[in-house]
Every structure is written in C-alpha cells, then in structure tokens.
Design a protein around this ligand. Structure first.
Ligand SMILES: C[S@@+](CC[C@H](N)C(=O)[O-])C[C@H]1O[C@@H](n2cnc3c(N)ncnc32)[C@H](O)[C@@H]1O
Length: 243
C-alpha cells in the first residue's frame, strides 16, 4: 500500500487527483521568488545549512549526486564546492519554472520529471538528496525503492525535512508564525499573493506530514541499511540510509 506523506489538503485543491497539478503550478508560478523565500525563512542560512547537512551525510569530492526535487538547485549549488564539478550533479524536478529560475545561477544537467520513476540505470549514483520535498511525493515507499535501485552499493540517501513539533501547543505557536506571519509578510514584500500561498502551503504540509517514525520505516521497508534521523535545532530533520 502507498505510504502517502500527508492527507489531502482540501483548502488548497478539491480532490486528491488534483494535488500533483496544484503543486506543479504553485512552484511554476512562484519560481522567481523561491531563492528569496528560502533566504527569508532561514534568515539567509539556507545554503550553509544544506552544505553542512551534505557534509554530515558523507558527501565527498568527485562523487556523483542525484538531487531529486532540485527546484532552483539550492541543494545542488551547496554540493558543488564539495563535489567539485557541475557535471557530476544531476538535478530533477517536475516544475519547469523552478528549473529555469535555477539555470540563471548555475548550469547542472537537469531533467524535468517527478521522482516516481527515475530515468537512470541501476547503480548510477553515490548519493541522492531530497531537500524539503518529500511531502510532495505520491508514495514514499515507491520513491525510496527506486532511489535504492539507482544508488551504487554503499551509496547514501539524504532527505532533509522540517518536522513540526509533536506538542500541540508548540505546533500552534510555530503555525501562527510559519503559517500566518511569514506568508503575510512575504505577500507584502513580494507583492505576490502566490508567494504567500506557497509559503502557507509549505507550513500546511509540514504540519500534516507523517511523523519521523513513518519515514524511517519507509526507508527500512525499501531495504536501506542504517536508516537514521539526525536533528538540528529541534526541527531540521536529516534522514539517511545506505544501500
Ligand atoms: C520546497 S521546494 C525544494 C527545492 C530544493 N530541494 C530545496 O532544498 O530548496 C520543493 C520542490 O519539490 C518539487 N516537487 C514537487 N512534487 C515533486 C515530485 N513528485 N517529485 C519530485 N519533485 C517534486 C517542486 O517542484 C519543488 O521544486
């Protein structure tokens, strides 16, 4: 049975079958503002955080990396100083708007596609990264199994996600900020309601995302060894596993 990251969010799309189209349009429409949104949310530390997470996961020079849900390439760009060459980093994303916005900053080989069927031979990569996008997948189990297939023996997966606090009070407090204050400020600053909506959806999917145990169980179910979760600042989760 499919491991769905969150229940349908009917405030945003009417029926589950509309989710995929909704998400693609959401990112296509707001792509020029994506890097600004990352900097705004993280107080400018988004690139450095991703680079540190990649180093913690064991990325080293000369490795071949597949960055799933690369978007504008924030993770791919953070990996570049470690790996050393753009040709060893491949980015995939279903939003053409996000890919085009990223190309203005750095040229990686790019593929316009979702994560559900990876168009690569078995054992093609040393590492796979998924940055803040697991919540958009239709089925975690199917994606993780295909990730394992295209990783070399010993290769690693790194999934970065925000985890909402388990306590109801803390979730309400964070929700008021991330689901209310941040989208409202972003709408005013960018003069784009769509950017505000994208950030509100970011919080809604964070709030309703399956808990870490489910993600770890899906990694184990896909036969990743040493599936584990490292947490930074109480809410930045880094899930890793080894083929
Ligand atoms: C919040 S952005 C993350 C971008 C980047 N990884 C980062 O760390 O900032 C989420 C990305 O997931 C992509 N996405 C949505 N559905 C997807 C799917 N089914 N498979 C792969 N990527 C998907 C979106 O197009 C968007 O670019």
């Amino acid at each position: 049975m499919a491991v769905v990251p969150h229940p349908p969010l009917v405030d945003y799309y009417e029926a589950p079958e509309r989710r995929e189209r909704f998400v693609r349009d959401l990112f296509d429409d707001t792509a020029p503002w994506y890097d600004w949104s990352v900097a705004f949310l993280s107080f400018g530390s988004g690139g450095r955080y991703r680079r540190d997470a990649l180093a913690r996961a064991g990325l080293t020079r000369g490795q071949r990396l597949l960055d799933i849900a690369t978007g504008t390439g924030v993770v791919a760009r953070a990996a570049l100083p470690i790996i050393g060459s753009t040709s060893d980093i491949i980015g995939m994303d279903p939003s053409i708007g996000m890919l085009l916005a990223g190309r203005e900053k750095e040229h990686f080989p790019l593929i316009e596609a979702g994560s559900e069927h990876l168009p690569f031979r078995d054992e093609s990569f040393d590492m796979i990264t998924i940055g803040f996008a697991l919540r958009h997948f239709a089925d975690l189990d199917a994606v993780f199994r295909d990730c394992r297939r295209v990783l070399r023996p010993g290769g690693r997966i790194l999934i970065m996600e925000i985890t909402a606090p388990a306590s109801r009070a803390a979730r309400m407090f964070l929700g008021a900020y991330m689901g209310g204050v941040v989208p409202a400020m972003a709408t005013v600053i960018t003069r784009s309601r769509k950017v505000g909506r994208m950030l509100a959806y970011y919080w809604a999917t964070t709030r309703d995302c399956v808990r870490p145990e489910v993600i770890l169980a899906a990694l184990q179910g896909a036969e990743f060894a040493d599936a584990s979760r490292h947490v930074e600042l109480g809410m930045f989760s880094e899930y890793t596993g080894r083929r």
